[in-house]
Design a binder for this molecule. Structure first.
Ligand SMILES: C[S@@+](CC[C@H](N)C(=O)[O-])C[C@H]1O[C@@H](n2cnc3c(N)ncnc32)[C@H](O)[C@@H]1O
Length: 363
């Protein structure tokens, strides 16, 4: 074969490979999760534009979160390959990487097994839900189920909500309940909660950019769910038929502009600690004004790097009577062999009961 025809053949093979790849990508763009992502992205771009002026007038993220948001701008232009592995990209929010969970890390796997067993011993309501294998779900494989730090954290939260006499009501609800999570990250807890308590409308307030993770994940996990983004109907109708909707996504800039006639539980985990005092006070006050009976928090009093916040528990205490629930001697971030938390340093499970009257002064 001459050099010329060998080169032609090589170039033709390269073109065919590129065409085949494009054809494969076109098929993967049709996948349900990718279609969900495309809908979410359209909404997110709209919500970012809608909130732009509000960002300039007192609705700005804390210094810490301004920096974090910039790290995953690439999610506004995600290929199907990223969405198929969406969970591998949630490290942007949680710091958890799939490669921390290689089966070969035997010692670490044993520690997760021990911690799971310790939590199971505290669980008398059977609320364990493993990490889903959906969209690149990862974790140590323990008896055929995936377990990671997020899964164990959510398990603790469900046990605490049960111990605080809140979860039973939601699980057995014959009438629809409304649960509002502020700062839901990638939506992992919403997935667990909605699985355990299907008769719940789950509202998520977060920066719109975060819906690229949470809304895409939840729409893929619950393909039949009815999902609404703020702005898809006139704002005053956001909650008009809330009993018919499974998930509502309401950006932080518009929290408080649309009000449902019922809020049964407000949830915040690993999130108030990263906000400013003004933001936490705003959310707690609004839960109170919405006549929400319970406010649950899993937070440190303040993240080490956050200099814009006073103290989460004392802000909650202004409108809610805080009940602390102690489960394990260590925070969710640690394994059982690690040093127990100091009195003020660790994460606290707090179930707040709504105070009857106005604000108590902060402690
Ligand atoms: C560390 S992540 C935790 C996510 C989730 N709660 C979890 O535990 O996996 C903190 C979350 O708080 C959200 N957040 C930070 N400041 C916020 C604000 N002012 N309003 C609403 N959400 C906020 C972030 O966008 C993110 O979703």
């Amino acid at each position: 074969m001459s050099d010329v025809s060998a080169t032609d053949e090589m170039m033709a093979a390269a073109r065919t490979a590129a065409d085949e790849w494009d054809a494969q990508l076109a098929v993967r763009r049709e996948a349900f999760a990718y279609k969900a992502y495309e809908r979410v992205r359209r909404q997110v771009l709209g919500l970012m534009a809608l909130g732009r002026n509000r960002r300039l007038t007192g609705h700005a993220p804390s210094d810490y979160w301004s920096g974090e948001l910039a790290k995953f701008e690439y999610m506004l232009d995600a290929s199907p390959l990223i969405i198929e592995k969406l969970r591998h990209h949630t490290h942007n929010l949680t710091g958890l990487h799939a490669n921390h969970y290689r089966q070969s890390l035997d010692k670490q796997r044993r520690r997760f097994t021990e911690k799971l067993a310790a939590l199971r011993a505290l669980d008398d309501a059977d609320v364990w839900i493993p990490e889903s294998r959906l969209l690149g779900g990862f974790g140590f494989d323990i008896e055929g189920e995936l377990v990671n730090i997020d899964t164990l954290k959510f398990y603790e939260v469900l046990i605490a909500l049960h111990a605080g006499a809140v979860l039973g009501e939601m699980r057995q609800a014959t009438e629809r309940k409304l649960v509002w999570e502020i700062g839901a990250g990638w939506g992992g807890f919403a997935y667990q909660f909605k699985t355990l308590c299907p008769n719940v409308t789950y509202v998520i307030t977060d920066f719109p950019e975060l819906f690229l993770f949470s809304a895409t994940y939840l729409m893929a996990a619950f393909p039949d769910a009815k999902v609404r983004f703020y702005g898809e109907v006139p704002p005053q109708e956001t909650f008009a038929d809330w009993q018919e909707v499974d998930f509502v996504f309401l950006p932080d800039t518009f929290h408080g502009t649309a009000r449902p006639d019922q809020v049964d539980l407000t949830i915040n985990m690993v999130s108030f600690q990263e906000m400013t005092t003004q933001q936490v006070e705003g959310y707690v006050r609004r839960a109170f004004e919405f006549e929400c009976r319970y406010l649950y928090s899993l937070n440190r009093d303040r993240s080490h790097h956050n200099h814009e916040l006073s103290n989460v528990r004392s802000i909650i205490g202004q409108h809610y009577w805080p009940h602390q629930i102690d489960l394990l001697p260590v925070s969710y971030t640690k394994m059982l062999h690690e040093d127990p938390d100091g009195e003020d340093g660790g994460y606290k499970h707090v179930v707040g009961w709504r105070r009857v009257s106005g604000a108590e002064p902060a402690q």
